[in-house]
Design a protein around this ligand. Structure first.
Ligand code: PXL
Length: 265
């Protein structure tokens, strides 16, 4: 089999639990060769984010062009983008690359870290919604992100469905609203481009160690797509992986620690 390749365009978390570090570990766990373009650098550990420094847009564009023309990915994802200039640069570079190489793009609308840090400022939100969201093969918001993108108060199963429909109307081909912050079971709702609605359910695991769950989940889906799985199969597998990875967390750090990216599932 040809080596599957996936690209992440995301921020650096030097503690290794979230951001592009989580993405690369996840790609590797799925047998996928990973490429990583850096959009911003954070200073953080499991206790919180202390500083965020966004790269220049030209630096991000050049990174994307350099890797994509040499080792084209079979699937790509975006994570934290930081500001308006980088959001626009990523949109343009990804559009250019996807037009040539035709890979699906998973867009994780990262806005804030679970323990602080602004990963998408106010000016970026508008450009993100207008330009990058409509290029998403899959958009993966949590409840807060779905609320910020739609203006709806997304907090129960009915509003999750309403938000998913609105996000599809806004241009995302498929939308997965993640219910990890709902009461009870962690139920995610996928609304597909053909109008199918599918639930992915896992029982809640009581732990403070969930740092990087969103990044790891969207990276696992991207890895599945890079391996040629269909979307539903990729999400089902990814959900099983993050659930196992949370359950087997290594208990590292004094704050909200990382998952276990070696977990069997
Ligand atoms: O989980 C969102 C996220 C994305 N990107 C970076 C992060 C985090 C959360 O901490 O650090 C770089």
């Amino acid at each position: 089999m040809e080596t599957p390749v996936a690209l992440t365009i995301a921020g650096s978390d030097p503690s290794g639990g979230a951001g592009l570090q989580a993405d690369l570990k996840t790609f590797h766990r799925f047998g996928v060769y990973g490429e990583a373009v850096v959009t911003l650098i954070t200073v953080q550990n499991t206790q919180g984010v202390r500083r965020v420094e966004v790269m220049s847009p030209e630096l991000v564009t050049e990174q994307i062009r350099a890797v994509v023309q040499d080792i084209p990915p079979k699937a790509a994802k975006t994570g934290a983008l930081g500001n308006l200039a980088v959001t626009c640069a990523v949109t343009e570079a990804v559009a250019e690359a996807a037009a040539t190489f035709g890979f699906p793009l998973v867009v994780d609308p990262v806005m804030a870290g679970s323990s602080g840090g602004v990963f998408m400022d106010k000016q970026a939100l508008h450009a993100f919604t207008a330009k990058l969201l409509p290029r998403a093969f899959l958009l993966t918001p949590n409840l807060d992100e779905a609320s910020a993108l739609t203006g709806l108060a997304v907090r129960d199963p009915a509003s999750v469905i309403e938000a998913a429909e609105k996000l599809r109307d806004m241009g995302a081909a498929n939308v997965l609203v993640k219910g990890g912050h709902l009461e009870g079971d962690a139920i995610d709702v996928l609304l597909t481009s053909t109008g199918r609605r599918i639930q992915f359910r896992a029982s809640r695991i009581e732990t403070r160690h969930t740092h990087g769950t969103g990044c790891t989940y969207s990276a696992a889906i991207t890895a599945g797509l890079a391996r040629g799985q269909d979307l539903i199969q990729a999400i089902r597998n990814a959900k099983a992986f993050i659930t196992a990875a949370i359950r087997a967390n290594p208990g590292l750090g004094a704050g909200s620690g990382p998952l276990n990216h070696f977990a069997d599932f």
